[in-house]
Design a protein around this ligand. Structure first.
Ligand code: SAM
Length: 156
C-alpha cells in the first residue's frame, strides 16, 4: 500500500479527519494495516477484513500484537456482508483498499464484488477505493495454476 503515490495523502487524511475510516478488504495477514499504524495512522480508524479466520489468527502469531490489533480485524465475506463481520462497517467506510483481490473472481463475481465495495462506503462524495489488480487488455476467462517445476504462472 505504501508504494502508491496516494499513500502520503491517505495517511494525512486519516491523521486529520476525525471521522474517516479505512477498510482493508481481503487483508490476509494485514501487514499493510500494521504499516499504516507504524506510519502514524490512528489505530481506531483502521479495519481489516478477511474471509479466512486462520489468516487473521496466524497474523497475531507473526506480529505478536493480538491484544492491540484484534478489535481491528474482522472475519468478513464481501459477498455476504450482512451475515459476517463486515455488517457493522457497511456504509461507514471512507477509504477502501483492495489489492490482488477483485481479480480473484470471474466477471460476474467482480461485478458483485464491486457492488459489495460500494455498499461498504459512506453514501457521500469523497470516498476513495484503491488497490492493484491483475488483468489483460483483451478479456478472456482464465484459470491460474502455479507450475511448481519452474515457478511460472500458467494462464489457461
Ligand atoms: C491474493 S490474497 C491478497 C492479499 C493482500 N490483499 C495482498 O495484496 O497481499 C486475497 C485475499 O482475499 C481473501 N478473500 C478471498 N475471498 C474473499 C471474500 N469473499 N471476502 C473477503 N476476503 C476474501 C483471501 O482469503 C486472501 O487472503
Amino acid at each position: 500500500m505504501s508504494r502508491f503515490p496516494e499513500y502520503a495523502s491517505i495517511l494525512e487524511r486519516l491523521k486529520l479527519n476525525e471521522d474517516d475510516i479505512l477498510l482493508y478488504l481481503g487483508c490476509c495477514f494485514g501487514q499493510d494495516l500494521r504499516k499504516l499504524v507504524f506510519d502514524g495512522a490512528p489505530l481506531e480508524k483502521l479495519y481489516g477484513a478477511e474471509l479466512r479466520p486462520e489468516f487473521i489468527e496466524l497474523s497475531y502469531e507473526l506480529f505478536h500484537d493480538a491484544e492491540k490489533i484484534k478489535p481491528r480485524l474482522v472475519v468478513g465475506d464481501i459477498f455476504d456482508i450482512p451475515n459476517t463481520g463486515l455488517a457493522s462497517l457497511a456504509g461507514r467506510v471512507d477509504i477502501l483498499y483492495a489489492s490482488a483481490f477483485i481479480h480473484l473472481f470471474d466477471w460476474d463475481g467482480q461485478v458483485a464484488c464491486c457492488v459489495g465495495i460500494v455498499n461498504m462506503l459512506k453514501p457521500k462524495k469523497g470516498s476513495i477505493v484503491f488497490g492493484r489488480q491483475a488483468g489483460r487488455s483483451k478479456a478472456i476467462r482464465t484459470r491460474n495454476l502455479r507450475n511448481h517445476d519452474d515457478n511460472r504462472m500458467i494462464y489457461m
